[in-house]
Design a protein around this ligand. Structure first.
Ligand code: URA
Length: 214
């Protein structure tokens, strides 16, 4: 009560002296831990019934560069960390190529629970999970996002075009530049396209002003 009264008095005085704003308690910014806690219990879509664990995301909470993949596979579901299987090892190599380590960047997925049989997430599942990813992005505030594969291109950027055509073209989500590239699992099946990924990673490095790859 006395807080409200004194706030009113201060607001009246500010009006009198011509300062035009309302005093509000400053809102605390949401942290990754706040979001993680909420997700642990998530039952918003049927994927929760098949998961061993929610695969939240991993890396530097202040990362300048963030990667967004599709959804956890079996290894990720077991270990609770994104991109730890064969595709993840390939992603680590691409990250190392631009002089960074997995701990320097942040890695998350469009959906946090494993789709059965490693299928792509259905649109309803992706749409229900997307707000969590957007909150992660807001908490981290990366300078650049790199989407990996067609699912991330589609659901984070709303682009339905073919990844072979859309990769390497800068776009934007919530004011953050986003570069789509191939999913590492795709490159494991079609190694000839890896040179295009190298081009995309060089573009990421140059936008972040990282020293050129050796
Ligand atoms: N593929 C993805 O898209 N994400 C993972 O975490 C693992 C494989």
């Amino acid at each position: 009560m006395s807080g409200t009264v004194s706030r009113r008095i201060v607001a009246a005085w500010l009006r009198e002296v011509g300062v035009d704003y309302v005093l509000r308690p400053t809102a605390r910014e949401e942290t990754l831990e706040d979001i993680r806690k909420e997700l642990t219990e998530c039952r918003r879509c049927p994927l929760c019934t098949g998961r061993s664990t929610v695969v939240f995301g991993v890396g530097n909470p202040r990362a300048r560069l963030m990667f967004v993949g599709e959804g956890p596979g079996s290894e990720e579901d077991r270990r609770g960390e994104p991109f730890v299987g064969a595709a993840g090892k390939r992603l680590d190599r691409w990250i190392a190529r631009i002089g960074l380590r997995r701990e320097d960047v942040y890695i998350a997925n469009i959906v946090k629970c494993r789709p059965p049989g490693n299928r792509a997430p259905f649109p309803d599942e992706a749409k229900v999970c997307l707000p969590y990813l957007l909150r992660q992005i807001r908490a981290i505030r990366p300078e650049i996002i790199c989407t990996l594969g067609a699912t991330a291109l589609n659901f984070l950027l709303g682009v339905e075009g073919k990844i072979t055509r859309e990769r390497g073209k800068w776009r934007e989500r919530d004011g953050i530049p986003v570069l789509p590239t191939y999913h590492p699992a795709f490159i494991l099946r079609d190694a000839a396209r890896e040179t295009e990924v190298f081009e995309d990673f060089d573009a990421l490095a140059s936008r972040l002003r990282l020293p050129p790859a050796k």
